[in-house]
Design a protein around this ligand. Structure first.
Ligand code: FE
Length: 187
């Protein structure tokens, strides 16, 4: 019995370390990259609580979000790699916040990072995101949040492709895909 328990604990630790390691590659984005406005990596003046445009209580969020969405968006959780709806989505369109509907990323900036999470080299608008330094789990990373509701989206790293060199590593559960073109792209 004790040995089974020990094996179970070891398995949980290994899986956790694996997930964290997969989400860690590269250094956190700390300086502006060519082709990217400095706001890409500079936190907005907003704080995590209180002054986002969309503010709801946890009880209110639970009414509109699934359990997974609430865990990730409102409790800063992370979905398992290669399990989300969009890591392998190659359709053209836009990704909006699953919490508030704000337009966040365009499919044309999505790339195959091999991490198992949807990855983008830039947001649809620099104002769409809010970033903060994240020191959880003994790592220094840059957390990416929805600039409208403060929902946790993922992290941004500086090992992305050109033209920005950034990799926005985002949870599928934080996003909703729509095949409609972003307003700024319509002719
Ligand atoms: Fe949002």
């Amino acid at each position: 019995m004790f040995i089974k328990l020990l094996a179970l604990v070891a398995l949980v630790v290994l899986v956790t370390v694996g997930v964290l390691a997969a989400n860690k590659p590269g250094k956190p984005a700390a300086k502006p990259s060519p082709g990217c406005d400095t706001m890409c990596t500079v936190p907005h003046k907003k704080t995590a609580k209180g002054d986002f445009e969309v503010v709801k209580s946890d009880a209110e969020w639970r009414k509109t979000l699934s359990q997974d969405q609430f865990y990730i968006l409102r409790q800063k959780g992370t979905e398992q790699a290669f399990t989300g709806a969009y890591w392998n989505n190659h359709d053209e369109g836009v990704y909006v916040c699953a919490g508030c509907g704000a337009t966040l990323f365009a499919s044309k900036t999505k790339f195959d990072s091999g991490t198992g999470w949807p990855s983008f080299y830039m947001p649809i608008s620099l104002k769409a995101l809010h970033t903060e330094k994240d020191t959880a789990y003994g790592m220094v990373r840059v957390e990416v949040m929805c600039g409208r509701c403060g929902g946790h989206l993922g992290h941004v790293f500086d090992d992305g492709p050109k033209p920005t060199g950034l990799r926005y590593c985002i949870n599928s559960a934080s996003l909703k895909f729509t095949s409609a073109e972003p307003a700024s792209e319509k002719k």
